[in-house]
Design a protein. Structure first.
Length: 138
């Protein structure tokens, strides 16, 4: 491995191999990919897979025990390994959605960088407005 890009590529390949292995045992678990997004059954499969990822996020949140501001007692216990395991489960489902759509690691990375640049520009514009109330977005 030469770096993070290789790691992202490996994560995609591991997830896709797992999906192929699942389909060998039960071809109904995932539709063939890349899916035709116009078809209802494919949108249903994407929705179901995404919701499974959301469920895993909720499972991860169960490991956060000290977030309630209205409680006077505190629970500082945190099982990092269990939390991370649930987050990995969530990421795996989200990778599956991307794979089903035919999105690879390069397209994801490029889109991520593009969105990052947009939000950084928003922050910079907000700071400019704060520092100079007469400044306008172009």
């Amino acid at each position: 491995m030469n770096g993070p890009a290789d790691m992202l590529e490996r994560m995609f390949k591991l997830r896709e191999q797992f999906m192929n292995d699942l389909r060998e045992n039960d071809e109904t678990c995932y539709p063939e990919w890349p899916v035709d997004i116009r078809k209802r059954e494919n949108q249903q499969a994407l929705r179901e897979t995404t919701l499974r990822g959301v469920e895993e996020l909720f499972e991860a949140l169960q490991h956060l025990k000290n977030w309630k501001t209205h409680r006077s007692d505190t629970n500082e216990d945190f099982d990092r390994a269990a939390f991370l395991e649930e987050m990995v489960d969530a990421v795996n489902y989200f990778f599956a959605v991307l794979i089903l759509l035919g999105i690879d690691e390069k397209e994801l990375f490029d889109s991520y960088v593009k969105k990052h640049e947009i939000i950084i520009q928003r922050l910079e514009n907000k700071a400019k407005k704060r520092d100079n109330p007469k400044w306008e977005d172009n």
